[in-house]
Design a protein around this ligand. Sequence first.
Ligand code: SF4
Length: 219
Amino acid sequence: LIDISQSKKNFIQCELLFWFKSNKRDYPWRHTKDPYNISIAEIFLRQTFADKVTPIYTEFIKKYPSIFALSKANPLDLRSIIHPLGLLYRAEQIKELATVLIIKFEGVFPNERAPLESLPGIGPYTASAILCFAFGRDEAMIDTNVLRLYRRIFNSFEHSTKKGPDKMTITIAKQMIPMGLSKVYNLSLLDFSAKVCTHYSPRCTTCPLNLICLYAKGD
Ligand code: SF4
């Protein structure tokens, strides 16, 4: 498995954090530490563009500001709010999340991975987002864009035939997290991989990582 040198780690972290300062995207769920808001945002963001999620998330949180308000929601009302986002099964999923959370955890989000992942609609990625953004844990978050970014920088394609995160990239992502700065670093990764290291036309010539990126070097 790849062991990343400290200087390479520092270089990537510094460049990403510097880039993020003037290029970050702003979304309402980035201004909260409430695990309820974060879990709702992450469920809405699945296979859905963030700009589309923003007005629906805002309306939703206004109408259902807590897990207890959500537990009393009419399922048809939930479907109707979520309708513009598609994937309507999410309406039942969040209602079930509220029910289970109240029955099993007295309405309080657990701050450990295993109980979080036992909740309806909370998979490994959403659990990482809750642990990082709500509880300040140094957690690696790997969505499709971040996976592509790391695979390009470290040329870890050949090690995986899977679509989702492979062992090699998970190890890289964990090593790359700067202790105590995981929230801002994860956000910088999400934005950088969505805006610079894009799927079809990565901006390698102007990318601040092109000196160390194996994809840009053609390796
Ligand atoms: S140099 Fe190109 S491939 Fe490498 S991280 Fe930058 S944009 Fe992505």
